[in-house]
Design a binder for this molecule. Structure first.
Ligand SMILES: *Cc1c(COP(=O)(O)O)cnc(C)c1O
Length: 406
């Protein structure tokens, strides 16, 4: 027996009350937290099956698609990513991957681990994917079967032109995989209008649900490709041929794995809230709060990493000013203001801060709190600024929108 003494001073865990303004997870609305705490029911209970069917309909709305195969993978966004790649890539397949940040790099890993060959279209971190470079790669590799790109690169805050990239892929006979983890619910994601064949997202970014679920959607073309595979999907858990019998059509469900029932309630509630607000209103809210935060950050003299036309409203990356200690500022925001912001990744480590305004985090009171906290911490670290200028600029931005700041 291992005695309890070793763990005896461990008690219940009360998480600190933070305001989440990093790259995800985002703040969760009380309605979603309440849904999470409802009684668990069996995952094959008819009531659960009915809820899962509603969830599929709600996800079709969020993704703007009629794809029958639209559901939530039991796993974080990374599992959704892997589900797309292990099902759509067969050993020997050539896949064009566009990389302009962290997540494109992970796509390359996924292609290689599925036995495919990745042709990489490179763009600088902070730049959108260049459609012309993709077109050149497709001309050079007429045997490519798939194009993969990240719509909203969370590592830099840049948005790529998904419609243009998907159209090029289609013109060259390729299917497309689009990462919409950070875009879904925050900026337009129009799977059918853009002709995207497979997409995965995350529950914890602009959908503001608990982490651990990955909404995915596959077109009929993608399903046909999967059904025509010569080799078995290497992953049993992610094999869509098997998952389909669980999440799939109207026929009887077969046990595949135990879905995280309570997390599904939470996602259902988050999506009901998105539908109540309306996608267009949600996109406008993300944009309006971004404009106010931008006005405030710029009034403090901070400069954005990404040029204006390609910026994501839900992920604001700014350069850490010269002479300011990156980690110290973030630590002070967390410990003194309970405010989480994101650090830079990879080549941008120590060089940028990433302010997320995702989902329920995208609210005027968060923008105003963030600007006040950052101003006070920066002033304390000797950075020259005009007290109150950031808040005034943000309030002006809200006034111009007809919104009242908190
Ligand atoms: C967060 C994120 C992921 C990974 O999602 P996890 O839920 O952390 O696994 C993938 N792609 C992008 C663009 C992301 O922002």
């Amino acid at each position: 027996m291992i005695s309890y003494a070793q763990a005896a001073n461990i008690v219940s865990f009360p998480p600190p009350q933070r305001t989440l303004m990093g790259p995800g997870p985002s703040d969760i609305h009380p309605r979603v937290i309440k849904a999470l705490g409802q009684p668990v029911i069996g995952h094959l209970d008819p009531a659960c099956v009915a809820m899962m069917d509603e969830l599929k309909a709600l996800l079709r709305y969020a993704f703007q698609t009629e794809n029958a195969l639209t559901f939530a993978v039991s796993g974080p966004g990374s599992v959704g990513m892997e589900t797309c790649f292990v099902n759509l890539v067969e050993p020997g397949d050539k896949v064009v991957v566009c990389r302009n940040g962290v997540f494109g790099g992970r796509m390359i890993e996924n292609v290689q681990r599925a036995g495919g060959t990745a042709v990489v279209v490179e763009d600088a971190w902070g730049e959108p994917v260049d459609p012309q470079k993709l077109e050149e790669a497709l001309k050079q590799h007429p045997d490519a079967k798939l194009v993969a790109f990240v719509h909203a690169e969370t590592s830099t805050g840049v948005q790529s032109d998904a419609a243009a990239l998907a159209a090029l892929a289609r013109a060259h006979g390729c299917l497309t995989i689009a990462d919409t983890v950070t875009s879904l619910g925050g900026t337009p994601v129009l799977l059918d209008a853009w002709g995207i064949d497979a997409s995965y997202s995350g529950s914890q970014k602009c959908l503001s649900c608990t982490p651990g679920l990955s909404p995915v959607s596959f077109s009929d073309r993608a399903v046909a490709r999967i059904k025509a595979r010569k080799s078995k999907v290497q992953s049993w858990f992610m094999d869509l041929n098997l998952v389909l019998e669980y999440w799939g059509g109207a026929t009887k469900r077969t046990y595949h794995h135990t879905a995280p029932v309570n997390s599904l309630y939470a996602l259902h509630e988050a999506l009901v809230m998105l539908a109540e607000e309306g996608l267009e209103n949600a996109w406008a809210r993300h944009r309006n709060n971004h404009l106010a935060l931008k006005a405030g950050l710029e009034a403090m003299g901070l400069k954005f990493l990404v040029r204006e036309e390609a910026r994501l409203p839900q992920l604001n990356a700014v350069h850490v000013p010269e002479g300011v200690a990156d980690a110290e500022v973030r630590t002070r925001l967390l410990t003194e203001y309970n405010l989480e912001i994101g650090a830079g990744l990879g080549p941008l480590a120590g060089k940028v801060w990433r302010f997320g305004l995702m989902g329920y985090s995208s609210r005027p009171e968060n923008v105003m709190l963030c600007l006040a906290a950052l101003e006070s911490v920066l002033a304390g670290s000797g950075y020259a600024l005009t007290a109150g200028a950031a808040a005034a600029a943000a309030r002006d931005a809200y006034a111009a929108q007809g919104t009242v700041a908190a």
